[in-house]
Write a protein that binds this ligand. Structure first.
Ligand code: IPM
Ligand code: MG
Length: 361
């Protein structure tokens, strides 16, 4: 079959890591009888330079017309790029928020997995991580503080900034369903994270998640306050299977979760909605400091491409082939600089991409 993939290389290391993911996809297609037709689109700083805005309506339409979107990273150096002198809604990251909202991608899945081969890079003590851990943060992506009304006003000579955190029950219900559906395919445990001791939006969150849980009797539901969850992720990450949470809490907890794995360069993510169209991107950023130097780790982007095959195209076997190839290359001792360790072989971005490509079975 032929799949139309919109690729957004973006800024910084984005173009380099996307190039490697495309190599891997093409090889996978060749082996399994599929073709991937790519359409390159601009978003982020490069789109600001070309069109004066981080994501044009035309580009958004092209993304919508594709079967799926694969993204590198957007954003640049705050001091050097000049993009951050623009008003907030014209900066690179605004493109990301616009595409999430515009494509209705309200469910963001970010896995936090301790890879056996990389357990040495994990900053937690061995007695905490023994046996590994594997959980996902299921983050609501198009509501809450990110999309509520905001303004800065002056009252009696005093500046005042206002951001609003709003959720309606339908927004909570649909993300909760995603959380429970994913848990059904994993270890059947959902930990819903909120701040119900303070926030009304969290009290509604808790109530609706509880209602949804009644449709999933096999899944065990627990509630946890967000400050406690931040602590539990470093104290005992093994306790989690699916962490289900709202947009801002999910932003923060997913960064923390990726850090405790010790290998943020390895973590993929998927943003999904009510159709098969998804947006797949590495969990890390655009790393402008190492851009163009063949140093970036392309594995998170390659694993994001695997997620795309699994979730948007229902190509489970093909996704397994990519994930197995990545594991095999790590087992053979190849490492990019971010995950380099004594006695291993240091490789650059391109060589890592070539190695994974050569290992697709
Ligand atoms: C992320 C990023 C974005 C977010 C930024 C770049 C707007 O931190 O994808 O987690 O906060 O959602
Ligand atoms: Mg973030």
């Amino acid at each position: 079959m032929n799949y139309k993939v919109a690729v957004i290389p973006g800024d910084g290391i984005g173009p380099e890591i996307i190039a490697e993911a495309r190599k891997v996809l093409d090889k996978t297609g060749e082996k399994y009888g599929h073709t991937f037709e790519y359409q390159e689109l601009l978003m982020g700083g490069c789109s600001i330079d070309a069109y004066g805005e981080p994501l044009t309506d035309e580009t958004l339409e092209k993304a919508r017309a594709s079967d799926s979107v694969l993204l590198g990273a957007v954003g640049g150096d705050v001091g050097k790029s000049g993009w951050y002198e623009l008003p907030p809604d014209k900066r690179p990251e605004a493109g990301l928020l616009k595409i999430r909202k515009g494509l209705g991608l309200y469910a963001n899945i970010r896995p936090a997995v301790l890879f056996d081969e990389l357990s040495g890079a994990c900053p937690l003590k061995e007695d905490i991580t023994n046996g590994g851990f594997d959980f996902v943060v299921m983050r609501e992506l198009t509501g809450g503080l990110y999309f509520g009304e905001r303004k800065t006003i002056e009252e009696n000579g005093v500046l005042k900034a206002i951001d609003t955190l709003t959720y309606d029950e339908n927004e909570i219900r649909r993300i909760a369903k995603w959380g429970f559906d994913v848990a059904m395919k994993r270890n059947k445990r959902v930990c819903s994270v909120d701040k119900a001791n303070v926030l009304d939006s969290s009290r509604l969150w808790r109530k609706v998640v509880k209602e949804v849980s009644e449709e999933y009797p096999e899944v065990e539901l627990t509630d946890m306050l967000v400050d406690n969850c931040a602590m539990q992720i470093v104290r005992d990450p093994k306790q989690f299977d699916v962490i289900l949470t709202e947009n801002m809490f999910g932003d923060i907890l997913s960064d923390e979760a990726s850090m405790v794995t010790g290998s943020i360069g390895m973590l993929s993510s998927a943003s999904l909605g009510s159709t098969k169209l998804g947006l797949y991107e590495p969990s890390h950023g655009s790393a402008p400091d190492i851009a163009g130097q063949d140093k970036a780790n392309p594995l998170a982007t390659i694993l994001s491409a695997a997620m795309m095959l699994r979730y948007s195209f229902d190509l489970g076997k093909e996704a397994d082939a990519i994930e197995d190839a990545v594991k095999q290359v790590l087992k053979e001792g190849y490492r990019t600089v971010d995950i380099m360790d004594n006695g291993k072989t240091l490789v650059g971005t391109k060589q890592m991409g070539d190695l994974v490509t050569a290992h697709i079975k």
